[in-house]
Unconditional design. Structure first.
Length: 282
């Protein structure tokens, strides 16, 4: 009759647990894996400091980046957007040049926060600008809800103080791989809906969506699901905004150059100052 040895049983169980743990770790490491959890996929982010609103637009779509402001437009307000790429920003210089609003990158995925965010977000506010925060989306790393919560928890919130814009969701070409992050058009639309609804539940505001028409057509199938809800911030480096994504009858913000004065990315708000203040007030 075999002799029961408790120590052997424990060692066998330990070995089995080790095998299962290894299998789970391999599954988590798979790009786009259903097992990907908040922060897990972020281990694959090698250069978040190089990812900002428009960093991939110029690479994929090109266009003029002369830095000259468009002419012949309706009443507009000048703005800028910044990230850790700019470091500490001279907000007084920008204010003196006529800049009146700013968006600062707060987060990427569910692990990265911009180390210059406080200087940029508070600095723009302190010189009198209307400011907002944006999130660089990585839809293959974690859910839209997880990234919206991370964004709100790390600077992307909103307050009705008359000087804070709703947070913006930066949807653009994947800097780390497949253009659409390995998601189908329907999956991408659902991801954006998850982010947007979670952000609204946390802040009471619908987030601004930053995207190009070309990327939107390719990766969402040119979905018209957001045009009646989310303000559009569109990048196009040329003399006009051009074609808009489906669902939007007009744009709210136009990023018209990536090589403007003081900081590269300059924007025009599509309206007068009182309309920008209305957007901030909700």
């Amino acid at each position: 009759m075999p002799v029961h040895r408790p120590g052997s049983a424990r060692r066998a169980l330990s070995a089995l647990i080790g095998i299962l743990a290894t299998f789970l770790a391999m599954a988590l490491a798979l790009p786009g894996s259903a097992f990907a959890a908040q922060g897990q996929g972020d281990k694959a982010i090698p250069h978040p400091e190089d990812d900002w609103a428009g960093s991939q637009i110029a690479k994929h779509e090109g266009g003029s980046t002369t830095g000259e402001a468009p002419t012949g437009l309706l009443a507009t307000v000048e703005g800028v957007d910044v990230s850790s790429h700019q470091g500490n920003v001279s907000w007084s210089t920008l204010w003196s040049s006529g800049v009146r609003f700013a968006y600062a990158k707060a987060t990427e995925g569910t692990s990265y926060t911009n180390p210059y965010f406080a200087q940029q977000y508070n600095g723009s506010y302190n010189v009198g600008m209307i400011r907002g925060a944006y999130h660089f989306a990585l839809p293959n790393n974690s859910t839209g809800a997880a990234q919206a919560n991370y964004f709100v928890d790390h600077g992307g919130g909103w307050s009705k103080d008359g000087k804070t814009l709703p947070g913006a969701l930066d949807m653009e070409y994947n800097p780390y791989g497949a253009t659409c992050y390995g998601l189908s058009a329907s999956a991408m639309v659902n991801w954006i809906k998850s982010f947007s609804s979670t952000y609204k539940s946390r802040t009471g505001r619908d987030p601004v969506i930053y995207t190009s028409t070309s990327w939107w057509k390719t990766c969402t199938g040119n979905s018209a699901a957001f045009g009646g809800v989310n303000p559009l911030w569109i990048p196009r480096y040329g003399s006009s905004v051009g074609e808009l994504p489906a669902g939007w009858g007009f744009h709210t913000i136009w990023q018209y150059t990536s090589s403007g004065p003081t900081v590269g990315d300059h924007n025009k708000f599509n309206g007068a100052m009182d309309r920008l203040q209305a957007l901030a007030n909700g």
